[in-house]
Design a protein around this ligand. Structure first.
Ligand code: UD1
Ligand code: CA
Length: 460
């Protein structure tokens, strides 16, 4: 029978090196708090129990993670060994394998975690340490090996001798333990070290001295193992995670003209043959369908964008945009808008909470808010739906085939019926009947020769 598997995530520290009022593990990497990355990956493994140790900012961390994990509070942050000990009442006597992961290693993948557990169980070891080789190992615990290349102990940077500091192999902070051996060994950990803390890595030496089997699993992908202690590492993690996401999309057939300047969130779906120009930020639950072209310099959040649509230098949030739509440059699609197929939303057009049915156009300089625009409507340059009286918002309805002349004000609530025309410069306050032409502006008068008269007056 397969062994039962448990996971413990360490997330109780304050993270003083971040110099932040936000608790360290809540700092986002590509928009998602670090600890959530870790918990999400762990949740892909078949675990009997997932326990997150919280302390600093416990309420905030719990709120963020929700019920995908159990929580145990570490009242005083006395070190990583002490943190793990807090899980004892829940799983201390259980038989099985326990993986321990730090909440500040957001790049670690489920594949690596799984490989670690598999090796651990195949070797029947008491501990398997996930290690990596780094050119600059500063700050990390070092893996001290003996003459036969077995792991002897882990020594923290602050406690390491000059010679030990030259070791390039680091403790990534992720380990697999035989659960019972772990909790037994934790009883013997002391805080006799440079930081006065109960170090979890000390368990290794304790088990070693008991003659137990200690192994290491060295990952080639050292970038996965980065521990984020300060903002420099945070920026590095952000970059690595973006690179990982962007590579995934490119491998799936998406063209990124400049992946170093393309910012795509964790939960974005992009179909093949989409092209994304530099300077785009694409976030939330966005879906972009095949053959669409996005950017340069566009911001999209929580949108669905249909195939063949082109969106340039524009912002779109929480909206649905159809197929073969032209948006921008410099358009703003605000939340709850629904744009049909073959629509054009042009330069400096702002759309808010409005529906545009198929084939309609607002090509230049308009504000369309709280409106329902039918099919094949043409909205002339400078048209404004006047939707707000200072207290309430009202709806503008423009039915199929209507034509709104330039620089019109449509004072809501108002309906422009099917096929009606509104003359340029009109301020429309009443409904316009089907197929009518509505003119709501003062008539032009030309005073012949009047300029001569003024000039003569001046010259006197
Ligand atoms: C730790 C390891 C080090 C390893 C490195 C990898 C120890 C003593 N050192 O060092 O060998 O190379 O991770 O990134 O374990 N935490 C608690 N309670 C505490 C203290 C810490 O929950 O009392 C949590 C923190 O929130 C953090 C994690 O444990 O998520 C690691 O703590 P941190 O202080 O970052 O340890 P490092 O100095 O990075
Ligand atoms: Ca750390």
């Amino acid at each position: 029978m397969a062994k039962r598997r448990y996971a413990i995530v360490l997330a109780a520290g304050q993270g003083t090196r971040m110099k932040s009022s936000l608790y360290k593990v809540l700092h986002p990497v590509v928009g998602k708090p670090m600890v959530e990355h870790v918990v999400d990956q762990l949740n892909h493994l078949k675990l009997s129990e997932l326990i997150t140790i919280v302390g600093f900012g416990a309420e905030k961390v719990k709120e963020q993670l929700g019920d995908v994990t159990k929580f145990v509070t570490q009242e005083k942050q006395l070190g990583t060994g002490h943190a793990v000990m807090q899980a004892e009442p829940l799983i201390g006597s259980a038989e099985g394998t326990t993986i321990v992961v730090c909440g500040d290693t957001p790049l670690l993948t489920k594949e690596t975690m799984e490989a670690l557990i598999n090796q651990h169980e195949a070797e029947d070891a008491k501990v398997t340490i996930l290690t990596a080789k780094l050119d600059d190992a500063t700050g990390y615990g070092r893996i001290v090996r003996n003459t036969t290349n077995g792991v002897e102990k882990i020594v923290e940077h602050k406690d390491a001798s000059e010679k030990e500091r030259n070791i390039k192999e680091i403790n990534t902070g992720t380990y697999c333990f035989d659960n019972q051996a772990l909790f037994e060994a934790l009883q013997h950990v002391t805080n006799d070290n440079a930081q006065g803390e109960y170090y979890l890595p000390d368990v290794i030496e304790i088990l070693k001295d008991k003659g137990e089997k200690i192994t290491a699993y060295q990952t080639e992908d050292y970038e996965e193992t980065i521990g984020v202690n300060d903002r420099v590492a945070l920026a590095k993690a952000e970059k690595l995670m973006r690179t990982r996401i962007n590579h995934g999309h490119m491998k799936n057939g998406v063209t990124l003209i400049d992946p170093d300047h393309t910012y795509i969130g964790m939960d974005v779906t992009i179909e093949p043959d989409v092209t994304i120009y530099p300077g785009c930020t694409i976030d939330g639950n966005t879906v972009i369908k095949e053959n669409a072209t996005i950017g340069p310099n566009s911001e999209i959040k929580n949108c669905e964008i249909g195939s063949g649509t082109v969106l340039k230098q524009s912002v779109a949030h929480d909206s649905k945009i159809g197929e073969n739509v032209q948006i921008g440059p410099f358009a703003h699609i605000r939340p709850l808008s629904e744009i049909g197929n073959n629509v054009r939303i042009g330069n400096f057009v702002e759309v808010k909470k409005s529906v545009f049915e198929d084939g309609s156009k607002a090509s230049h300089l308009s504000y369309i808010g709280d409106a329902e625009v039918g099919k094949k409507v043409n909205i002339g340059c400078g048209t404004i739906t006047v939707n707000y009286d200072g207290e309430n918002k009202f709806k503008t309805i423009i039915e199929d085939d209507a034509f709104i002349g330039c620089n019109s004000n449509l004072i809501a609530p108002v309906t422009i019926k099917k096929g009606a025309y509104v003359a340029a410069g009109s301020t429309i306050t009443k409904d316009v009947p089907e197929n009518a032409l509505s003119i709501a502006r003062s008539r032009q008068t030309n005073k012949e020769g009047y300029v001569e008269k003024i000039k003569n007056r001046k010259n006197k």
